[in-house]
Ligand binder design. Structure first.
Ligand code: ATP
Ligand code: MG
Length: 358
């Protein structure tokens, strides 16, 4: 008898209440097809939580999330919140920090049938999520940004052996489950100490994975290689800011913002989160592309399957991916991909593909 997973549902702002239910509906169909049992737990977060709890990240939401196996997070638009919530860390950042979700895993994969700069990209960026030049301002005294005079601003970054090692292990394990190639991205010719340490520690971890082929590039050179030959890369590991920039580039090369999924993981829990924002310009019109959120959910199922050695959950992930790929290949897609399907029409088409495939 397999376990029942308890997964949180945090719908978010903007298009969140359209794309999150779509992703949950599709995951429910896939879980059923694979024989996986899931209990969904809806929790308040973001704009709705400000109304009900006067807090975008209520204490009870944190407590419940700590007991779950993982969760779906919709996009949040904290710029639209009233003060003091507007100036505070956004809900996504608060959860990443609170749960120490140190690995941001962002695949970039082209879909057959969808237009893209590179039609054969299939890579994953593993971005260190807790330090670098976006280091949490309160964790390490003296780091971050400050202004010694009104006309001078200074930024500092931090790289530690501990944080680099743990994210490097996630990247090497991932490479092992894929095409066994790993690229370290840094800027060790200029940021010699910080990104130099990042490269050195990754290369040390590489000794434990002799079956994985390793190379490394400076961040600037890497942008050129990605544009020219994205198809040659498998897993890329890099620090926080480089990973932020590189994953937007990789996402755009391989498709559109509306198809770019991600998870944020610690050793014990994971949060599925689309790479795009809350898209307030198209909210409540039933035209948002739910694919990024749907595939983020598939990544969470894959992560759960690997963590628990549970093949049925890994199978559910594959069923979701196949349902989406088949639907797009058969010509049904939302406007951002050049199609005309609404969010709900696209969702129904994926469920039909999943049900037909049983
Ligand atoms: P944030 O700071 O929250 O990341 P952003 O400024 O990066 O926000 P997004 O919300 O990601 O902006 O939106 C950028 C553009 O992409 C907008 O025009 C939006 O409509 C479009 N977009 C984003 N996500 C989707 C989606 N899922 N489906 C269709 N269009 C989308
Ligand atoms: Mg953005």
């Amino acid at each position: 008898m397999s376990t029942t997973y308890r997964l949180g549902v945090l719908a978010g702002d903007g298009i969140g209440p359209e794309i999150v239910p779509s992703a949950v509906e599709i995951a429910t169909a896939a879980a059923q097809a694979a024989g996986v049992s899931v209990d969904w737990v809806t929790l308040p977060l973001g704009a709705t939580a400000i109304e009900t709890h006067d807090n975008p990240v209520p204490e009870e939401t944190r407590r419940t999330l700590a007991e779950l196996d993982g969760w779906y997070l919709g996009p949040h638009d904290s710029v639209g919140y009233p003060e003091p919530h507007k100036s505070a860390l956004n809900p996504s950042g608060t959860l990443r920090k609170h749960f120490q979700l140190f690995a941001n895993i962002r695949p970039a994969k082209s879909f057959p049938g969808a237009k893209a700069v590179c039609n054969s990209a299939d890579l994953v960026i593993v971005r260190e999520n807790t330090e670098g030049f976006y280091a949490d301002r309160n964790t390490y005294a003296g780091t971050g940004e400050f202004m010694p005079t009104p006309n001078t601003a200074i930024m500092m970054g931090i790289i530690t052996r501990e944080a680099t090692e743990r994210v490097a292990r996630v990247a090497f394990e991932l490479a092992r489950s894929r095409r066994r190639k790993l690229t370290i991205v840094h800027k060790a010719n200029v940021l010699k100490l910080t990104t130099g340490l990042f490269r050195t520690v990754c290369q040390e971890v590489a000794q434990e994975y002799p079956d994985v082929t390793v190379d490394d590039f400076h961040i600037d050179a890497m942008t050129v290689h990605l544009v020219r030959r994205a198809q040659d890369f498998d897993v890329i590991v890099t620090e926080n800011m480089f990973g932020d920039i590189l994953s937007d580039l990789a996402g755009e090369i391989s498709g559109s913002l509306g198809t770019a999924p991600s998870i944020n993981a610690s050793a014990t829990t994971a949060m599925a989160q689309a790479s795009h924002g809350s898209a307030p310009d198209i909210a409540r019109r039933n035209i948002a592309n739910p694919v990024a959120m749907i595939l983020s959910g598939a990544m969470l199922f894959e992560w759960l399957g690997a963590r628990h050695g549970d093949e049925a959950t890994a199978r559910a992930a594959k069923i979701i991916e196949k349902g989406v790929a088949e639907t797009i290949a058969s010509g049904t897609s939302t406007r951002d991909l050049g199609g005309s399907a609404s969010t709900t029409e696209f969702t129904a088409a994926v469920i039909k593909a999943i049900t037909a495939g049983i």
